[in-house]
Ligand binder design. Structure first.
Ligand SMILES: [Zn+2]
Length: 308
């Protein structure tokens, strides 16, 4: 059976088809409307229509998106909290039913990365694996034996909004930077793309992360960044101790990022705590949308409620 997925981010909504063996097929990318919910859901409907034009009305379609989607039960079921999208407080499940005429499974994008990589990717055959998105934001998802871990209260592994340890800020003379969640000092504020750009600015390299590769002094900036990122990885090891952490998102494409993080993590870990194997996502940028499509496929094939 073929299937399809939608990857909803702050800048684009990508629709992608997958063949019977989950091989990637055609894709269509549109800008994410940032103005209002009406424009957003119109764009989403057009992407669903495109997928169905390729794969038929019964095509299983799953959705990966940033932010928090409340679980299927409880008074806030289906409500979205997403800082980068104009749909905060919208009832996603109802909107999707209006668009598609049936329920479409929705997955946090970091969980979708973890799920994809735990099924045929870099996190396969490890029992437990974490998918860590290092992009515009920072988020993680956990899979156990190839299945998404239960999300109590709708929270996946919201590592990005845990506080950056004070010892790390003190080491680098950094203050409490504001976060998109409305608080200060979150890990995301320092380690996600905008945080790296701010670090670079503060160390005399204006222009942010995009120029880092070519700029003199970039190595020093990246070493500070890796040290802060290692603190985030250390939090994962002290709480979940996954044997594998699969990296995705734009910052995972920086040359040598795995070796840099491995070097930074070793001195941060408490004695006796094993480091995780750090791996790049096997399915690259398409891994999140692959995870969402796979979720829809498993549900269509009779998969159980664990998929959410
Ligand atoms: Zn935050």
């Amino acid at each position: 059976m073929i299937c399809g997925g939608l990857d909803i981010g702050g800048t684009k909504i990508e629709a992608r088809l997958f063949g019977p063996g989950m091989e990637p097929g055609g894709s269509r990318r549109v800008e994410t409307p940032r103005s209002d919910a009406g424009a957003f859901f119109a764009a989403l409907a057009a992407q669903v229509a495109w997928l169905r034009a390729q794969g038929g009305a019964g095509l299983p379609i799953g959705i990966a998106m940033s932010g928090v989607v409340q679980p299927d039960s409880g008074p806030d079921s289906g409500i979205v909290r997403a800082a980068n999208l104009p749909i905060g407080g919208e009832h996603m499940a109802s909107r999707l039913r209006q668009i598609a005429g049936r329920a479409l499974p929705v997955m946090n994008d970091a969980m979708a990365l973890a799920y994809s990589e735990a099924n045929g990717g870099a996190g396969s055959a490890t029992g437990a694996s974490v998918g860590l998105v290092l992009g515009t934001g920072l988020a993680a998802g956990l899979c156990l034996d190839g299945r998404p871990a239960p999300r109590h209260g709708g929270i996946a592994v919201e590592l990005g909004h845990c506080g950056m340890p004070a010892r790390a800020l003190a080491r680098h003379g950094l203050g409490l930077w504001p976060c998109g969640c409305g608080r200060q000092g979150c890990i995301e504020s320092y380690v996600a793309g905008p945080g790296l750009a701010r670090l670079a600015d503060g160390m005399g390299i204006p222009g942010g992360a995009r120029v880092l590769a070519d700029a003199p002094g970039a190595e020093a900036v990246l070493d500070v960044w890796a040290d802060l990122a290692a603190e985030a990885l250390e939090v994962l090891q002290m709480t979940l101790a996954p044997p594998v952490v699969v990296l995705g998102g734009g910052l995972s494409r920086m040359p040598g990022v795995v070796a840099r993080l491995e070097r930074a993590l070793a001195p941060r870990l408490m004695a006796g705590v094993p480091p995780p194997a750090l791996r790049l996502a096997r399915f690259g940028d398409a891994s999140g949308v692959r995870g969402a499509a796979l979720l829809a496929l498993r549900e269509a094939e009779g998969g159980a409620a664990w998929t959410r």
